[in-house]
Design a protein around this ligand. Structure first.
Ligand code: ATP
Ligand code: LTN
Length: 334
């Protein structure tokens, strides 16, 4: 089929690191959209455990976290009958392609990556080479599956641009091999900020427990965290510069209910922040409840989970190996 034929089903690919229980940010900014894309695209979603190696975690914890992340993806509604869901390290082509592409990755470009700068500032005791070459591994993840679109949050756009550059460089030096992927930023995708410090993004690895809603938090915990969310002293539910805390709560409420900011302002006119926070907490708790229930169910069915993990790896390897073999041929490796 012709590359540009509109009938060709486009390929979507994305990954998430198993660095902790997913947050409301991961869910509203990424995984919820991934679920919605399953209808229209050939979707590949994976647990990026090789990427998570760049920060030390105890091995037993790591094993548990990858499995939990896989189960969470299914609990969030990724359907292994519709999408290909797998764990990155179970497909050896990723590590091989990552190395091959790191040899086409300029040192200067890697040095400019914001994530590298942020993570090395956060872990000055462990600035390892993996943290530095992370974008080459990520480029390999994407290019192995010839992805058309990569749905990620705004924090990953620099890595995507890097991927396109490395793919173009490979195609130029060794001949046409890779499709150049594009970012996919759905309108509904929300950037969720920390509840404690609303100018910083909500992140799985934040040490302040009050800052983050985890998707497995129960209703009571969710309501409590929203109640203590940092706001301002205006007492007006309106989306405006300087009202970072309220803007964040409005973004969350809007992403779940589909209501516009104006509609939300009208709904809470004359009411206090207390009412608004309870309303946000309630819609979030309602949205997350079925995920928590499905997750608990999945964890009790060990055989099913093991079988899906193995099946995902096998199917992914089949596709990735083909592209890897092509790239190796072009590079003169076989
Ligand atoms: P870590 O704390 O370990 O850096 P993280 O919470 O930032 O992790 P990732 O695994 O790096 O999560 O990201 C998974 C996906 O979730 C990415 O597509 C990323 O853009 C998106 N994402 C992460 N945090 C947010 C957020 N606060 N709002 C919206 N999207 C987010
Ligand atoms: N770097 C991403 C996770 C990730 C990814 C990918 C996303 C690794 N490989 C390939 C999309 C495509 C992150 O930290 N969110």
């Amino acid at each position: 089929m012709n590359e540009n034929d509109p009938a060709r089903r486009r390929i979507i690919l994305s990954g998430i690191q198993p660095t902790g229980t997913f947050t409301l940010g991961n869910y509203l900014g990424a995984v919820k959209n991934w679920r919605q894309l399953q209808k229209e695209y050939d979707c590949y979603y994976f647990v990026a455990d090789l990427h998570a190696l760049t920060v030390y975690h105890e091995p037993a914890m790591r094993r548990k976290a990858s499995r939990a992340a896989f189960a969470l993806l299914l609990a969030c509604g990724l359907d292994p009958e519709k999408s290909l869901v797998f764990i990155q390290s179970h497909v050896s082509a990723h590590a091989q392609m990552g190395w091959m592409l790191s040899c086409l990755s300029p040192f200067g470009d890697l040095s400019r990556m914001t994530q590298f700068k942020d993570k090395s500032a956060k872990h000055p005791e462990d600035i390892n080479a993996g943290l530095f070459t992370y974008p080459a591994l990520m480029a390999g993840d994407i290019l192995l599956y010839q992805a058309d679109y990569v749905p990620v949050g705004a924090d990953q756009t620099q890595h995507l641009e890097f991927t396109r550059n490395v793919a173009a460089r490979f195609n130029h030096v060794y001949g046409e091999t890779f499709r150049l992927p594009e970012g996919y930023f759905p309108k509904a995708g929300a950037r969720v900020m920390s509840l404690a410090e609303p100018t910083a993004k909500m992140s799985k690895s934040d040490e302040n427990a009050k800052a983050t809603i985890f998707i497995l938090d129960d209703e009571k915990t969710i309501l409590k965290k929203f109640k203590s969310a940092v706001t301002d002293s205006d007492a007006e539910v309106a989306f405006r510069e300087g009202k970072d805390g309220i803007n964040n709560l409005m973004t969350i409420y809007s992403a779940i209910t589909g209501k516009s900011c104006d509609a939300i302002t009208a709904e809470f006119a004359g009411k206090g922040y207390g009412d608004f926070k309870t309303a946000v907490g309630t819609v979030v708790a309602d949205e997350l409840r079925p995920i928590r229930e499905r997750y608990a169910e999945l964890l009790t069915d060990k055989a099913y989970l093991d079988a899906e993990i193995a099946r995902g790896a096998e199917r992914a390897a089949h596709i990735a190996e083909k592209t890897l073999a092509k790239a190796k041929r072009k590079m003169g490796l076989c």
